[in-house]
Design a protein around this ligand. Structure first.
Ligand SMILES: N=c1c2ncn([C@@H]3O[C@H](COP(=O)(O)OP(=O)(O)OP(=O)(O)O)[C@@H](O)[C@H]3O)c2ncn1[C@@H]1O[C@H](COP(=O)(O)O)[C@@H](O)[C@H]1O
Length: 102
């Protein structure tokens, strides 16, 4: 699902900002994309605290979409992120933090 959405987002590079929301975001630049991602993150946090599961799911979808637009703009392929997650498999977050502190 995320790979298919990422491919759609990439295909909007250079598309008409009048007809594509993604093309409009690209045309507004990285800072604006990052700002939108931050707004969606805050909205997701609010719904998470409120406890409405449906709204949390909807805000999460907005958040993921804007995260993928940022990746696409910055040239980060989802496979790179999957690879980082894969590398963390089986490593407890608590253990990882201990090792980080040395
Ligand atoms: N998943 C999404 C998706 N999620 C959210 N959004 C849009 O994100 C926008 C968020 O609304 P906001 O009012 O916060 O943003 P805004 O209109 O930029 O407002 P300002 O901050 O500029 O005032 C809405 O217009 C949503 O429709 C999305 N737009 C597109 N997609 C996917 O991207 C595909 C390509 O879309 P286009 O690029 O529009 O063809 C679509 O088929 C979808 O699969």
């Amino acid at each position: 699902m995320l790979d298919a959405l990422y491919a759609t987002i990439l295909s909007r590079k250079g598309a008409d900002p009048e007809t594509s929301h993604t093309a409009r975001l690209f045309s507004r630049g990285r800072a604006k994309i990052a700002q939108k991602l931050g707004e969606e993150a805050v909205e997701t946090v609010i719904e998470g605290v409120r406890g409405d599961k449906q709204k949390l799911a909807e805000e999460s979808a907005d958040l993921l979409y804007h995260l993928l637009v940022l990746w696409a703009d910055a040239g980060v392929d989802p496979a790179e992120v999957y690879g980082i997650l894969e590398g963390r498999k089986g490593v407890s977050g608590i253990e990882e933090k201990k090792n980080r502190k040395g």
